[in-house]
Design a protein around this ligand. Sequence first.
Ligand code: KIV
Length: 284
Amino acid sequence: MGKKTVLDFLDMKTRREKITFLTAYDYPLASFAEQAGVEMLLVGDSLGMVVYGLPGTIPVTMNEMIIHSRAVRRGAPGTFVIGDMPFMSYQSSVEKSVENAGRFLKEAEMDAIKLEGGRRVEKQIKAIVEAGIPVMGHIGLTPQSSGQLGGFKAQGRTAEAARELMLDAIAIEEAGAFSILLEAIPPEVGEAITERLSIPTLGIGAGIHCDGQLLISGDMLGLVEAFTPRFVKKYANLSDVIIKAISKYVSDIKELQFPEEKHTYRMKEGEAEKLGEFLRSLDK
Ligand code: KIV
């Protein structure tokens, strides 16, 4: 199976085949995800928390995003990969948004970019699409504006809030985005937006009706030990596996159980004797 394109994702929506979507930040995980059959990868600015241990996504820079996007591209050459525009790489001007979106394609061979916001980033989406770059929109809980939202809280829980989300979703589609990410909204709202739009919806905490599902890899693999959001399903507990393995390594070293004979290199035939002679000569 070759790499999927924006047209394949549109076709999947029409056929009601669900799209599989996961975040990745480095070469090994991207490679595992590709081998497991994930169809779309996001190099999310969530790497601020998952990789750098920051409290949020605000400090993440374009250069950091490019470095991680390159690693993911090398790990998953046959997967559709999306670069996430970090805070202040697109908000301040349309020109800046096009330039930074372009960097993801030129410097990291991304297939598309994602940016947060609805009607307020309509101009940026239009300009980036006009530059020939596929765009994924992102509404609902938008982490870069969590300060304005009063924290990392579910959105669209009243009819009025849901109406605003629908208007944002329509504006994103009309601006030319090829898909839209819906984060932390009730399933009824996810369903209404999915039914109303012609472009695919990807949900993270937006219910079963979205055209595809996203999870943060660190959350679903049990690598993130801090807070786990309600919408996460843990498919593994890798932090336990890793801590156990490293603890065994530590005790093996202390108890002279590592390295064993099979982990060491042998001197060439007759060379150990020569070394012995040399060492004795040092004492004369
Ligand atoms: O950065 C990211 O991984 C994201 C998800 C939270 C949707 O944008």
